[in-house]
Design a binder for this molecule. Structure first.
Ligand SMILES: Nc1nc2c(c(=O)[nH]1)N[C@H]1C(S)=C(S)[C@@H](COP(=O)(O)O)O[C@H]1N2
Ligand SMILES: [Mo]
Length: 162
């Protein structure tokens, strides 16, 4: 589908944040929602993941970085107690990614998927992607490394395509 933020077709990274405010909206099944700021994330358990790389097709690779923040699993667990199927993570600049619950629930078999607020031990700047989705297992592309997360929607069931 054209203009679907979950189907990004461009490898051209946008360097410009869609706005100054780093807070994002979390929407859970049933429709309840919260506006969550980096300060809110700082109250949740913190996780750091080292050896993360950002592989920009045509623009080279950056890193390795150590990203710090809250795991997607910990964020969702803090706000929603039910079973869920996937999370849609989108930025206001029209870029996004879908994370399946089973990717979050892999335990120690894969490094955890993060909502990053820190890079190499210091707070991330807005320009750098604050708050950024980091999927450490993606090593060949950066299409899942969503900068400037604006909205996270939790789906309890797989959406039917039409
Ligand atoms: N919100 C948002 N996130 C994004 C993009 C974008 O355009 N918007 N581009 C992606 C692509 S194609 C790349 S290569 C990387 C670039 O990350 P960098 O700016 O940290 O180098 O961000 C990814 N995340
Ligand atoms: Mo890219």
């Amino acid at each position: 589908m054209k203009d679907d933020p979950l189907q990004p077709h461009s490898h051209e990274p946008n360097p410009t944040p869609p706005g100054a405010d780093a807070a994002f909206r979390l929407v859970v099944p049933g429709g309840a929602s919260w506006l969550i700021s980096p300060a809110d994330l700082a109250t949740l358990p913190q996780t750091a993941v080292s050896d993360c790389i950002i592989v920009s097709t045509g623009h080279g690779t950056s890193g390795p970085f150590t990203f710090g923040g809250v795991t997607l699993g910990a964020l969702i667990a803090a706000y929603y107690g039910g079973l869920w199927h996937d999370a849609e993570i989108i930025s206001a600049d029209g870029f996004g990614n879908r994370v399946l619950a089973r990717e979050v629930q892999q335990g120690e078999s894969a490094p955890p998927i993060l909502l990053a607020t820190h890079i190499d031990g210091r707070p991330m700047m807005r320009q750098e992607g604050l708050v950024r989705l980091i999927v450490p297992s993606e090593r060949d592309d950066a299409l899942r490394q969503v900068k400037w997360v604006g909205k996270i929607t939790i789906n309890s069931q797989r959406k039917t395509e039409n």
